[in-house]
Design a protein around this ligand. Structure first.
Ligand SMILES: [Zn+2]
Length: 299
């Protein structure tokens, strides 16, 4: 029996039978010891990878959230607490690493700042126009380009966090013969939320793979790949008030349905929608016209 199985068993001793369980992300739900009252709602979510729990129903009012240690302290007996202390993973003391602040690449320019007859600007903007990206979109997302330095010949799509600090950028070559289509920063993608400063948490949110998909849909979050980071999952769970619409490329249908089931629980239950795009078209190809591809999930 591995460590995860042991912790699940211990949690069952504490809280009774579990509800949904996603072993690959350490996510599992139980009936809340405070508010369930034998309704079998499984509102208490535990993540035994990050050692936290929260009741989506009474967490905010009753304080039923926090570290797993607290859960065992509050609701466990002596024996269970002792077992948990033996089993719990070492608390890792992560020292704050001094990471230099991310900066836009050398030579980044907004299109609005450069004379329209400048040939490099023309190349860059024609690339965007050919992809169906309008001047309004360019302005809204502060899309720019580089004509010197390491990122010469690339379109830049910046991303800012909620404090307005640059947290990532996409750098896409407009030259079809370029060896590397993308040259993105070293920043770990799973430590940031792309376009965080632009998200309206009260409105419906589209989840897409890349920034070039996201610019065609209102209020979208590019995951920068086919997987959702723990950080994005938590951020959405804690903030999103509207629906979440999953809109990944057709080749990521398995990822998309998995994501659907992961998100469709707790306080998010019933608010997840999914779009199944045709095999040969992604969101960018369709210029965001995805409405006809909503897919009805069963169960
Ligand atoms: Zn509760």
């Amino acid at each position: 029996m591995d460590e995860s199985e042991a912790i699940v068993e211990l949690l069952e001793d504490l809280l009774g039978d579990h509800g949904l369980h996603y072993p690959n992300r350490g996510q599992i739900s139980f009936n809340c010891p405070v508010c369930d009252d034998e309704r079998n709602k499984h509102n208490l979510e535990v993540n035994y990878f990050s050692n936290v729990f929260k009741c989506w129903s009474c967490g905010d009012n009753e304080g039923t959230h926090g570290s797993l240690g607290k859960l065992f302290d509050k609701y466990g007996n002596k024996k269970l607490k002792k077992l948990y202390n033996i089993l719990k993973p070492e608390t890792i003391q992560v020292k704050e690493k001094r990471v230099p602040k991310l900066k836009l690449p050398e030579g980044y320019k907004k299109f609005s700042e450069v004379n329209k007859i400048y040939p490099v600007r023309k190349q860059a903007i024609n690339y965007l126009y050919n992809r169906g990206i309008s001047d309004d979109v360019i302005e809204k997302y502060q899309i720019g380009f580089c004509d010197v330095g390491d990122h010469n010949g690339r379109i830049i799509i910046p991303s800012y966090n909620k404090k307005g600090e640059l947290n990532y950028y996409i750098s896409r070559s407009w030259d079809p013969n370029s060896r590397y289509k993308y040259k993105n920063p070293q920043t770990e993608k799973d430590k940031i939320v792309f376009w965080e400063n632009m998200i309206d948490w009260d409105k419906d949110i589209y989840l897409v793979e890349g920034a070039f998909d996201g610019i065609f849909l209102p209020n979208s979050i590019p995951m920068l790949g086919k997987h959702m980071s723990e950080l994005l999952f938590e951020t959405i769970y804690n903030n999103a008030k509207g629906d979440i619409i999953i809109c990944l490329d057709a080749d990521a249908w398995d990822n998309a349905t998995k994501l659907y089931h992961e998100l469709n629980g707790g306080s998010m239950y019933g608010r997840i929608k999914i779009i199944k795009l045709p095999d040969d078209k992604d969101t960018a190809d369709l210029r965001g016209q995805v409405d006809e591809y909503y897919y009805k999930m069963r169960g």
